[in-house]
Design a protein around this ligand. Structure first.
Ligand SMILES: *Cc1c(COP(=O)(O)O)cnc(C)c1O
Length: 387
């Protein structure tokens, strides 16, 4: 790239209405942290949904350079993209293989995760045509989402009639309640998965996503599959989040306005001002993934945090005022000194000062959804902050 192109990219970031900063050093540290917490097990990296909104190219490459050699993506397209940035890695495709995608799997050396009888039958037919090729088996131990039935999976392990070219390299399952360490479901799924793992002796097994890693070494098996923790989100309810923040989302102030006590703000006059106020109008709305349910009031269905979300600007938290609209959000900056916020400044929507999970809670959702929703109109920049 020429210097001119670099400048052009920088200008786009500096002038963006909504921008995301992804701290690749924090991402890398978080992966190393989860690898340490995984003990003897190897830590993979889950990079589905464009690496939880952080960008699969840069995030994937940073994780690869940090030492990750096993990756999980949701779709074959994500796998094809990731292959360019993780040349020697094993890439597992969680959605499995579908007729018409075989070539992309083979040409990019992607490993399908087989999770139903139909996929298994198709896979056996593919092997008959193409020969030996690795796969992973996803077994359901109580989640009732994807996965082969346990008894079928165990029978398959001992099935002498299965083709010799059928060579699973990983058997895996997923916890339904890993985020709730008090749930008896964790132990039940652990015991079920042990039976599966025993049946596939000599083949790697994997049960724990981020939350499961925190459940302790019984849950680690041969490989762990952290996702949300890598991106700084909370994995376990009610536990202080030990991960570093990775993503900072900021929106530009387009206008600062002064409004008299008694006047109202935004659609439906949902917020009535009880004092003379200053408001900052910023260029992010629900079409950008800044959810309407984070409005300060007037949006039904949200009871968790009745007062709505907050932004962070000029060293302080400031509340959302009235309803969030499609492209714009209003923040009440009355408590900041006059002149502290001007048009052109940025308000942090979440990041180093507002935890992504706090923003998500205010919206009645979870950090996962907040991160993956912020994907449409922003400019993204990568940094590697040392601290
Ligand atoms: C998304 C996903 C993960 C990662 O989960 P986190 O909670 O984000 O750590 C691991 N395994 C499977 C099967 C998944 O779908």
């Amino acid at each position: 790239m020429t210097d001119f192109a670099d400048d052009y990219e920088d200008d786009r970031f500096a002038s963006a209405g909504l921008r995301l900063t992804v701290d690749l050093a924090a991402l890398t540290e978080n992966w190393k942290d989860m690898a340490r917490r995984s003990g003897k097990a190897r830590a993979a990296a889950v990079v589905k949904a464009d690496a939880y909104g952080t960008g699969i190219e840069d995030a994937g490459e940073a994780l690869y350079l940090a030492g990750a050699r096993d990756f999980f993506v949701a779709t074959v397209d994500e796998g094809v993209t990731l292959r360019l940035y993780a040349p020697e890695a094993r890439i597992f495709v969680l959605a499995g293989i579908w007729p018409g995608t075989e070539r992309r799997f083979f040409e990019n050396d992607l490993v399908p995760v087989i999770s139903s009888e139909e996929q298994l039958a198709f896979w056996m037919a593919v092997l008959a045509d193409y020969g030996d090729y690795p796969c992973a088996l996803h077994v359901d131990t109580g989640f009732n989402r994807l996965g082969l039935a346990m008894e079928d999976a165990i029978a398959l392990a001992d099935d002498v009639s299965r083709p010799a070219s059928f060579s699973p390299v990983l058997v895996m399952s997923h916890l339904a309640c890993g985020d709730d360490h008090a749930s008896p479901m964790n132990k039940q799924q652990l015991e079920s998965f042990r039976r599966v793992s025993d049946a596939y002796e000599g083949i790697d097994s994997s049960l724990a996503a981020s939350a499961g890693i925190f459940l302790g070494s019984d849950y680690h098996f041969d490989m762990t599959r952290p996702g949300i923790s890598l991106y700084g989100g909370e994995a376990v309810n009610g536990m202080a989040n030990p991960m570093r923040a990775v993503v900072t989302a900021e929106a530009r102030v387009i206008q600062v306005r002064t409004v008299k006590s008694g006047e109202s703000v935004s659609y439906g006059r949902a917020m009535k001002l009880t004092r003379d106020s200053r408001l900052a109008i910023v260029s992010a709305g629900y079409a950008d993934g800044y959810m309407r349910s984070q409005s300060s009031g007037g949006v039904p269905l949200r009871q968790v945090v009745p007062q709505g979300g907050h932004g962070f600007v000029a060293g302080r938290k400031v509340p959302v005022a009235g309803r969030i609209t499609m492209d714009l959000t209003i923040f009440d900056i009355t408590d900041l000194p006059e002149g502290a916020v001007s048009a052109g400044d940025y308000v942090e929507l979440f990041g180093k000062n507002i935890a992504v999970d706090d923003a998500a809670r205010a919206a009645g959702t979870i950090g996962y959804e907040m991160l993956t929703s912020m994907g449409l109109r922003h400019e993204r920049q990568y940094v590697a902050e040392e601290d």
